[in-house]
Design a protein around this ligand. Structure first.
Ligand code: BEZ
Ligand code: FE
Length: 302
C-alpha cells in the first residue's frame, strides 16, 4: 500500500507523518488477539485509513457516510438485510464468493446467495411442481448433477428458489405463502427434474439507502432473470449458484455483479402440447436443461 496521498495530498510533510502516526497507532492496538482476528483488523484499518488519505476525506463526507450506514441499520429487519444488499451492489459479495470458492477446474461456477434463501423450505419429489401457485409460465427444469469426472452424484440435496413472473419472491408477499421454492434429492443417476415458473428480471429492493446509492450513480437496480440453486452433497463443496436466462436485457448490468458466462443458459419456449415428462400443457411453456458439476470438498474426499 502506498503512503502517498493522491490529488494534492501532503507528501513527506509533517502532515503526512501525523496521518501515518494515527494509522500506525491504531494498527498496533490490534496486535494482540487471535492471529486471524489480528490479520483482518490490521488489514481493515490500513486499507480504510489509506482510502481516507487517498480521497482526502472531509468531515462532512464522513458525516454523510455515517448517516448512510445508520439508515441501513434502521431499515434492516429479520426479513430485510440492507447491509448484505450494500455488500452486493459494491461487488464485495461476488468478490468474496470468488475468493472463498475459487473456480475449480470443470466445476460449475458459484455466485451470490442473495437475501431470499430460506433454510426450511418444503421438500418435493423428483418431477413435482414447486411453483406453489406463483404467477408465471410453467417451466420444466431438468438435468444431471455429476462430479468433475462426469460421474453421477446421487442423493445430492438441491435447493431451488426464484421470483414469480412479476419479479417477486414469496418472502416479499404478504401472508407467509411459500411459492417457487423447495428442495429435492437427485436420483440414483444423479438426475433431477421439477416444474416451476419461467423466471423474470426484477429490481433488487431499491426503496432504501442502497437504492439511493444506485440512483446517485445512475445505476440500474435490475437483475437478469434467473433461478437460484444450492447443491449440497457429502464429499463435495456446496455449490450456491444461479442459472440466468440467455437473451435477458440485464445480463450486462446486473446490479449485484453476479453474472458469469458459464451460468447463462437457454430457457427454451414451447407451444402448448406434451412436455418431456408426458404432461400435456394447454398453454405455452418453457424448458431449462442444465447440468451441474460439483467440485470435491476442501479435503478432496470425493
Ligand atoms: C437475488 O438474486 O435474489 C438477489 C441477490 C442480491 C441482491 C438482491 C437479490
Ligand atoms: Fe434472485
Amino acid at each position: 500500500m502506498s503512503d502517498t496521498p493522491t490529488a494534492g495530498g501532503p507528501v513527506g510533510t509533517g502532515q503526512a507523518r501525523r496521518e501515518r502516526a494515527v494509522t500506525d497507532e491504531v494498527v498496533a492496538s490490534f496486535a494482540a488477539g487471535p492471529e486471524r482476528y489480528r490479520e483482518l483488523m490490521q488489514g481493515l484499518v490500513r486499507h480504510l485509513h489509506a482510502f481516507a488519505r487517498d480521497v482526502r476525506l472531509t468531515e462532512a463526507e464522513w458525516q454523510q457516510a455515517i448517516g448512510f450506514l445508520t439508515r441501513c441499520g434502521h431499515i434492516t429487519t429479520d426479513t430485510r438485510q440492507e447491509f448484505i444488499l450494500l455488500s452486493d451492489v459494491l461487488g464485495l459479495s461476488t468478490l468474496t464468493v470468488g475468493i472463498d470458492a475459487a473456480a475449480s477446474a470443470g466445476a460449475t461456477e458459484s455466485t451470490v446467495v442473495g437475501p431470499f434463501f430460506v433454510a426450511d423450505a418444503p421438500r418435493f419429489e423428483l418431477g413435482d411442481d414447486i411453483s406453489g401457485g406463483a404467477a408465471g409460465q410453467p417451466c420444466y427444469v431438468s438435468g444431471a448433477v455429476t462430479d468433475v469426472a462426469g460421474r453421477p452424484v446421487p442423493g445430492a440435496r438441491m435447493d431451488i428458489w426464484e421470483s414469480d413472473e412479476n419479479g417477486r419472491y414469496d418472502v416479499q408477499y404478504d401472508g407467509g405463502t411459500v411459492a417457487a421454492r423447495g428442495w429435492l434429492v437427485t436420483g440414483a443417476d444423479g438426475g433431477y427434474r421439477f416444474w416451476s415458473v419461467r423466471p423474470a428480471p426484477y429490481p433488487i429492493p431499491a426503496d432504501g439507502p442502497v437504492g439511493d446509492l444506485l440512483a446517485a450513480a445512475g445505476r440500474s437496480p435490475m437483475r437478469p432473470a434467473h433461478v437460484h440453486f444450492r447443491l449440497t452433497a457429502a464429499g463435495y463443496r456446496t455449490l450456491t449458484t444461479h442459472v440466468f436466462a440467455a437473451g435477458d436485457p440485464h445480463l450486462a448490468d446486473d446490479a449485484v455483479f453476479g453474472v458469469k458466462d458459464s451460468l447463462v443458459a437457454d430457457y427454451t419456449r414451447h407451444p402448448p402440447g406434451r412436455a418431456p415428462d408426458g404432461r400435456t400443457l394447454s398453454g405455452p411453456w418453457s424448458r431449462l436443461d442444465f447440468d451441474f458439476v460439483l467440485a470435491p470438498d476442501r479435503e478432496g474426499v470425493a
